[in-house]
Design a protein around this ligand. Sequence first.
Ligand code: GLU
Length: 503
Amino acid sequence: MSKPVRVRFAPSPTGPLHIGGVRTALFNYLFAKKNGGTFYLRIEDTDQNRFVPGAEEYILEALEWLGIAPEETVGKNEKFGPYRQSERKHLYKQYADLLIESGNAYYAFDTAEALDAHRKQHEADGKTFIYNHHNREKLDTSLVISKEETAKRIANNEDYVIRFKTPVNETLHLQDIIRGDVKFETGLLDDKVLFKSDGMPTYHLANIVDDHLMETSHVIRGEEWLPSMPLHVMLYRAFGWDAPQFAHLPLILKPIGNGKLSKRDGDKMGFPVFPLEWKTSEGVSSGYREKGFFPETVINFLALLGWNDGTDKELFTLEELTEAFDLKRVHKSGAKFDPEKNKWFNHQYLIKKDNVVLAEEFSKNIELKNLNRYYSLIEMTKIVSLIKDRAHFVSEFWEMSDFFFIAPTSYDEKASKNWKAETPALMQELISVIEEITDFTSQNIETIVKDWMTNNEIGMGKVMQPFRLSLVGALKGPHLFDIVEVIGKQETISRLQTAIITL
Ligand code: GLU
């Protein structure tokens, strides 16, 4: 019988979460939801040297912002807790001991200097030093000294590490859900350190013990961990435990050129590689949230980095993704990151958003601008409805609509060429027409103004362009009569009068 689905995201809190890590979390989340399983978060903080304060909180905040919070983690449903490896420290030694007893691991006492000397000697001989079956019998290990001697040295507080005794000559055929059969030659692997005399396990041991104790059914993680897969499978075997199933996700590649997407690509091309802003004494790294991306956008574009549902469909809500997701449809090859496409996704979500919600956010943005004119939420909603079709972000709204709030103080030079000798008189007449309108709605204003033009045989261009120039200061913006309705009769007339005097 297959085990209940339990998957984990297991980041090391060494800094802000890279967007690739977020995708790993997302795919785990989707896989869990699709299969009625559990998604949990484990903090892999055994490497104290790389610990960064705030990183753990950052990871959780990012997942919560994206709507993919884990069901179990530090301080939340700690069914298999603790969920922080540093707090599970006491657990690991006994498992390292088990491996020693079964002959799957050994003590190594080599000092850093001794290892360095070995490395140099190998180099001088034109060889590469690998700590494995080639050398382990010639080094300072419990494989060559007696049990008593080993015990004595440990009792004397000598520094040691426990290493995995990799089989000398075995071909492993391992199954990866995404990659299929993956072949490894054990003879080429090194004997990885599992445990150190300071009492701390390394990533490899802690990861396997915890995935076992926390009943992980599937390990879904980045391709950079594929080389660790043989060791991990051999560790499960050495313990006599069932290994989880593995799926290694493809790399996320640079927008241009080759290689893995890095923070430098983002800095160079002006896009974030982190979900949330990250501040250190060295500066601020921008985040998708602060740049004005919606969480839905980030979820959507990340889902399509290395996966699709087999159709051309590009827009997926989290629910739709949960429905459609299938690990078997994840690609083997790397997925190119496309920052322009990401903006397009944000535009798609922006136009779908409720205008009131957008208006509230827009109002917040302009609260501090010290304007002479503010609008009610209903009016702001109207403004939003007029401009959002061309926006990617709420942060662009101001630039696209400032003329609703401030009368032009200058006029676009090129557009001013349309201001002819007869224009002031025409605009004066237009003012008289507008003054008479009582039902001041866009449609009605348009009908009346156009009737006036038709009845007096005035060409459209003669009125509409100078009219727009007077209200906006340039030949841009949404439908002119919508602008007229929003700014109102008084303001429309006043702007026309200013233009007549100025232009
Ligand atoms: N702690 C590892 C990391 O930082 C976890 C790798 C895994 O999922 O096994 O990515």
